[in-house]
Design a protein around this ligand. Structure first.
Ligand code: PGA
Length: 249
């Protein structure tokens, strides 16, 4: 069954104290929410174990993980380490990781496979930049990102993957994709998954939209048949806004 999910990507924001306050506020509002959406938060690594103690209904995600299991990889955080502090999801392939840290589709495929092997559920991001959209290459870009990023995954593994379509031109810009643009791409992604895997995998896949999603535009985005929720950046830093989005179904 396809889940409705609203996930908050805090990025490199909040010090520990503020992050703990935010997590508490999200947990409180989650208890009062009116929709059946699953609420996930992705605080910075440094906050994860403390935040975990404050949440119950809200699920915990990391914003990245290593592509290696353990060993001499200075500065990296392994999937096992994340699991050991109660993390259940991991955002992989965010456009900021791709653009600023050179993460390519092959590396993301390696991370995705390792995360799944370690019982972490990837929230796998894809998205085109504006030039690619304007040049009419948007579908080719998404096809490449997903077919390489999800290469050799089994149907069973795909049941633990969430996909997030985040047009790069919409991230943090205040320019949101129109409901038609979101639906068009989400449908394309679902059809692509049916071809790469099968129809059951495609029908059961939760596909989130991300990029300037706010309380004011969430309802019209989520009303689309192939949009199953949102990956929220800026608006996830305010508990009221974030939960208003979760209630927008
Ligand atoms: P935004 O970010 O909501 O601030 O546009 C979304 C994201 O990067 O996941």
């Amino acid at each position: 069954m396809r889940k409705k999910i609203v996930a908050g990507n805090w990025k490199m924001n909040t010090l520990l104290k503020d992050g703990m306050e935010l997590a508490k506020a999200v947990e409180k509002l989650e208890k009062e929410k009116t929709s059946d959406a699953l609420v996930i938060i992705a605080p910075p690594f440094t906050h994860l174990s403390r935040v975990k103690e404050l949440i119950e209904g809200v699920k915990l995600a990391a914003q990245n993980c290593a592509s290696e299991e353990a060993g001499a990889f200075t500065g990296e955080v392994s999937p096992d380490m994340l699991r050991s502090v109660g993390v259940e999801y991991v955002i992989l392939g965010h456009s900021e990781r791709r653009a600023y840290y050179g993460e390519d589709d092959e590396l993301l495929n390696k991370k995705t496979k390792l995360a799944l092997a370690k019982d972490l559920r990837p929230i796998f991001c894809c998205g085109e930049v504006l030039e690619e959209r304007e040049a009419g290459k948007l579908f080719d870009v998404i096809k490449e990102q997903l077919s390489v990023g999800l290469k050799d995954l089994t149907r069973e593994e795909m049941a633990n993957v969430v996909i997030a379509y985040e047009p790069v031109w919409a991230i943090g810009t205040g320019v949101v994709a129109s409901p038609e643009q979101a639906q068009e791409m989400h449908k394309f992604i679902r059809d692509l998954l049916a071809g790469l895997f099968d129809k059951e995998v495609a029908d059961n896949m939760t596909i989130l939209y991300g990029g300037s999603c706010k309380p004011s535009n969430a309802a019209e985005l989520f009303a689309n048949p192939d949009v199953d929720g949102g990956l929220i950046g800026g608006a996830s830093l305010k508990a009221e806004d974030f939960l208003a989005i979760a209630n927008a179904y």
